[in-house]
Design a protein around this ligand. Structure first.
Ligand SMILES: Nc1nc2c(ncn2[C@@H]2O[C@H](COP(=O)(O)OP(=O)(O)OP(=O)(O)O)[C@@H](O)[C@H]2O)c(=O)[nH]1
Length: 660
């Protein structure tokens, strides 16, 4: 068992760091996507809210700003109604008499109101009156009707004028008649006592604007607004012609202070937005960046192509059919409302960038909260991983490191967590696997042992088979003697050994035996008997030839060889040996089972006995023996011919013997 190197090494990177870092990166991407989604969601919600807010704001502003002008129109209607009623109801004489209470002739030929009506006086009614002046041109014919009307107009001005101017919204209030009569309360100024005698008011714009030629509908007329350089105030005039039947009897007029309106327009805007006001004919009324130019143009600064942004606003707003609402342009929401009376538009420009900034701020807050949440979540995760993942993992690592020293049994140790979660399951699997591995190991060891035994047995069998094969290779199967192969192997070795040991004269003896007329045995009794004869002859020769260093061979067919070595060799001994062989063969009884008989055999033998010398060799030995055998056969068989050579070379002495 080897220890896994990777397990024993400390981890290069922390699992926890990897999880946290990768988790954090993915969460950051999600948070960024959430932030983008939040941005668009918030922007959408803000847009709805802003449009609603703008609609409310502008509608309220429209109502409030219109109210001032509608109030003026109501004033005009009230005075008109009162004048017409009085003209019809008050007897001419009464009015005529009153005329002198109000007017007095001036040396310049004009009639002017008595000074007390401006400076202050207590009238017949017992009340204090003051504040207004009046003027009647010097060429005017003072008919009773005019005197009656002038008196009634003076009375109305006396009654209502100071009340109206006291509201602070009007700088003056005046009533004129087409005969060149003008009555008016001009705050702080006895204006009509100061004008020249030849003044002809019906030609003045603030009276003539309401004449029938310019105002055929006989409606209230609103002049252009203008900046009064003397008073340093923004103003607007409102004129209302009063007709008795078809006859113009008076014109009612007011100069309205617009300072408050202009200031409100400039200042009273939602944060980050700006207001502007313009007339339906395109005259700019109030717009902070162009205030000086509006003043310089006396209220007649037109919105045109020179100011494309304003022109876009003007076109977008005046194209709307609703009285107030919100129009969206490429870069802004335009909250617009019409203002009754002078027919103006008030517009609040809400840049979309403002909305985007708010959405971005909201999205940033959401992102911040999300990041904070993620941070705390990952901090908790950091601790949880340490406790529930890293700690059990480290126990696993320790246990696997122990495997090297203690073996698989370490895996079954109690250090592995016993829990109900995946780690518990893993530990269980570890223990089970350890048991299985141990069982497998034991089985493997047993199998190895078994295999070793089998290999040993097979090796032994193989060795024996090889030995058998080796034996078979050198053994003649039929006789059990060594064969010709072994003869050619052994005899040269023996001869060489004898040649080496020349110091003590040694002898090599080779006898070659050949069965006589063996063919006849085969022919007469069959090959089986022939084989049996060879077997018995082999056993016989092996029995005769038992000394160490003696060898017995079947050279093939019915031919056998005997080889021996020795130091005490002479003719008698060899003759005795040959006789012994011949006799032993003659005594062999070969069974012929098929015929229930026996047969006998003889052999012819050629023997060469040579004293070892330099010229000794197997070839020489064999030739000598074979030649001797030939002689034995030639000489009648069943005998031995011996060639005995003592010495070697020129000193060699040959002795030939015959044994029967
Ligand atoms: N049964 C049997 N016969 C064999 C075997 N080997 C050789 N022979 C026979 O031995 C006979 C040898 O015959 P020959 O060479 O004529 O010799 P011979 O008949 O013994 O006559 P001489 O040697 O001249 O006495 C042949 O008929 C062979 O078939 C063997 O292993 N078994």
């Amino acid at each position: 068992m080897t220890v896994d190197k990777a397990a024993a090494e400390p981890a290069r990177t922390s699992l926890r760091t990897q999880i946290i870092v990768r988790g954090a990166l993915r969460s950051l991407v999600i948070a960024a996507l959430l932030c983008v989604a939040s941005y668009y969601h918030v922007a959408g919600m803000l847009e709805e809210g802003v449009i609603e807010q703008l609609e409310q704001f502008i509608a309220e502003r429209g109502r409030r700003d219109s109210e001032q002008f509608l109030q003026t129109e109501r004033h005009h209607q009230a005075v008109e109604q009162a004048l017409l009623e009085q003209l019809q109801a008050v007897p001419l004489a009464t009015g005529t008499a009153l005329f002198d209470d109000y007017f007095e002739p001036w040396p310049d030929g004009t009639w002017r109101t008595r000074r007390g009506w401006y400076d202050g006086l207590v009238f017949k009614d017992g009340l204090q009156h003051r504040g207004f002046t009046g003027f009647i041109g010097r060429d005017v014919e003072l008919t009773p009707e005019l005197r009656h009307r002038a008196a009634l107009m003076a009375g109305l001005l006396d009654w209502y004028g100071s009340a109206w101017t006291a509201t602070g919204q009007y700088i003056n209030y005046f009533l004129s008649a087409p005969e060149n009569l003008l009555l008016g309360e001009f705050i702080g100024v006895p204006y009509l006592h100061q004008v020249p005698a030849d003044t002809h008011f019906p030609d003045e714009i603030f009276v003539a604007s309401a004449n029938e030629t310019r105002n055929p509908q006989r409606q209230t007329v609103w002049t252009h607004f203008y900046f009064d350089a003397t008073a340093k105030m923004w103003m607007l005039s409102s004129l209302k012609p009063v007709y008795l039947g078809d006859r113009l009897v008076a014109t009612l007029g007011q100069d309205i202070l617009l300072d408050e309106f202009v200031q409100r327009t400039l200042k009273d805007a939602l944060d980050g937005t700006e207001n502007l006001a313009f007339a339906a004919d395109g005259s700019l009324v109030a717009y902070e960046p162009l205030l000086a130019e509006v003043q310089a143009a006396g209220g007649a600064l037109k919105i045109d192509g020179a100011r494309p942004q304003l022109q876009r606003i003007f076109t977008a707003v005046t194209g709307q059919s609703r009285r107030s609402g919100v129009v969206e342009t490429e870069d802004a929401f335009l909250a617009y409302t019409r203002i009754d009376g002078p027919d103006w538009y008030l517009v609040n420009v809400y840049p979309k960038q403002l909305l985007q900034n708010k959405a971005m701020a909201a999205a940033t807050v959401i992102l911040g909260i999300a990041l904070l949440g993620l941070l705390s979540e990952f901090a908790v995760l950091w601790l949880l991983i340490a406790r529930y993942v890293l700690a059990p993992l480290r126990r696993f690592i320790r246990v696997t490191e122990k495997v090297g020293g203690e073996g698989l049994s370490a895996l079954q140790g109690s250090e592995l967590p016993r829990r109900r979660d995946e780690f518990g399951l893993l530990a269980k699997r570890f223990r089970e696997t350890a048991s299985e591995l141990e069982a497998s190991r034991q089985a493997l060891l047993a199998a190895n042992r078994d295999l070793d035994a089998q290999v040993a047995a097979r090796t032994e069998a193989l060795t024996q088979a090889n030995q058998r094969l080796a034996m078979l290779a050198i053994t003649d199967e039929l006789s059990g003697l060594h064969n010709r192969r072994q003869f050619l192997h052994v005899v040269p070795l023996e001869v060489a050994r004898l040649v080496r040991l020349q110091a003590t004269p040694l002898w090599a003896t080779l006898a070659i035996l050949d069965i006589d007329h063996f063919k006849l045995i085969n022919d007469c009794y069959g090959h089986g008997v022939g084989d049996q004869a060879i077997r018995q002859l082999g056993a016989c020769l092996a029995g005769l030839h038992r000394r160490a260093g003696d060898h017995c061979f079947r050279l093939g067919g019915e031919e056998f060889a005997l080889f021996a070595s020795g130091d005490q060799v002479d003719g008698a001994k060899v003759e005795a040996f040959a006789g012994h062989v011949l006799e032993a063969v003659r005594n062999l009884v070969i069974e012929v089972p098929e015929q229930g008989a026996t047969c006998r055999l003889t052999v012819s033998v050629g023997i060469a006995c040579v004293q070892a010398g330099a010229d000794l060799s197997l070839e020489r030995l064999y030739k000598l023996a074979d030649d001797a055998l030939y002689l034995a056969k030639q000489n009648g068989r069943d005998q031995a011919r011996i060639v005995l050579i003592r010495g070697s070379g020129d000193q060699a002495k040959t002795l030939e013997l015959e044994v029967r």
